[in-house]
Design a protein around this ligand. Structure first.
Ligand code: CMP
Length: 135
């Protein structure tokens, strides 16, 4: 079976009306949508999803941001989809992300950076189980 990854189109993207723009980039690349849901992250899911960041100084405002409005959770599949999606998304800080990437073209922030994407096979497995336990 093709590799799978978790993508979250974050609340800033929905507030800014960028959902179609962002999903369109994944579609045009040729990736396959396996699941797509409008969700709101609650505190427990935030703490589990960001387990490696809960003790960091940037976590409280990140948690407020991520739980502060609806987001879109998606499962994408395709050849080497984990690294392909990371390349399309760009570096964490939108001010430094390369032009041509989602963050490089559309974000000026290192918190409100529009998209989360699993960063490895292990994190994809863990995050898919958290967000889409029935898949
Ligand atoms: P994400 O890919 O969802 O993984 C962790 C998130 O924390 C990251 O995107 C940003 O939204 C946020 N983040 C990472 N580093 C910082 C930072 N230095 N300051 C603020 N937010 C950050």
């Amino acid at each position: 079976p093709a590799e799978r990854t978790l993508v979250l189109v974050k609340p800033d993207a929905l507030r800014r009306g960028l959902l179609g723009e962002i999903l369109g980039r994944f579609e045009r690349k040729g990736l396959v949508l396996e699941a797509l849901e409008l969700r709101t992250m609650d505190a427990e899911l935030a703490d589990a999803h960001y387990a490696e960041h809960v003790d960091k100084a940037f976590y409280p405002p990140l948690k407020d941001f991520m739980t502060g409005g609806p987001l879109v959770a998606a499962v994408l599949s395709g050849d080497e989809v984990i690294s392909v999606v990371r390349t399309l998304v760009g570096a964490t800080d939108g001010r430094k992300a390369a032009a041509g990437t989602i963050r490089g073209d559309l974000s000026l922030s290192n918190r409100e950076n529009l998209v989360h994407a699993s960063d490895s096979a292990d994190s994809a497995k863990r995050e898919l189980a958290l967000w889409f336990p029935s898949l």
